[in-house]
Design a protein around this ligand. Sequence first.
Ligand code: MG
Length: 269
Amino acid sequence: MHWVGRVVFAAAAEDPQTMIPIKTPAELQKMRASNRIIAIVLEEIEPLVKAGVSTWELDEWAEKKIRSLGAEPGFKGYGFPPFPTTLCVSINEEVVHGIPRRERLLQEGDIVGVDVGCVLEGYWGDGARTYAVGKVDEQASELIRTCKAALDEAVKSIGPGSRLREIALAVERTVAPKKYGIIRDLTGHGIGRHLHEDPQIFNYDTGEKGPKLREGMTLAIEPMIAAGSWQVRTLEDRWTVVTADSSLSAHWEYTVAITAGGTEVLTRA
Ligand code: MG
């Protein structure tokens, strides 16, 4: 999930240069545990994402799964108006923050972004993937592949000492040859004791090199791209973000720790 409403910064320890929270080894262990639950949900939900299933059913399954693993759904009640469900399920032109509904059934050929957050022992997990429902056309599968490739490239491009800007540059160089839009209105974020911590992580180059990354930072990196333009609008439910031109959109998100040797993806299955 993304920045919504008030921005909250808080941590036991911060990098004095950047105000970005630095996690202790004990806190990192907790981040591993909460994000492992996210990885399990995103892995195990894949076979359930099929034609005829309602987004509500996916949500009920995910809530039970998270609770059975000892964590709390993170998004339910989050923000304003309070987000009503455990998952964000965003279909086709919906970019992010789609609200699961009993009457919304998946159809063959849809592409479906599933974003999930949880809290375990006070530490947040956050991750997302975009799935294909049955057979999708080549344009849709290329969009999904490119979004994941952009995220993988971003993660490979950073480590201790990197500038935050490397993330945006990696997303741009992956996406540019395809002429897809990179969503600008939503960003990734630091994550830890709060869902949204410093820094805000842009997926397009703002021209600012940004803060230097340091071991112990934990970041939710989440490119969102569209087959058409990057422009988006929010529906009347005040959550669902759709592409302004109704083009297909994909979203992929990992929570990542900066380590001495580079990065560790905490939401990898
Ligand atoms: Mg997020």
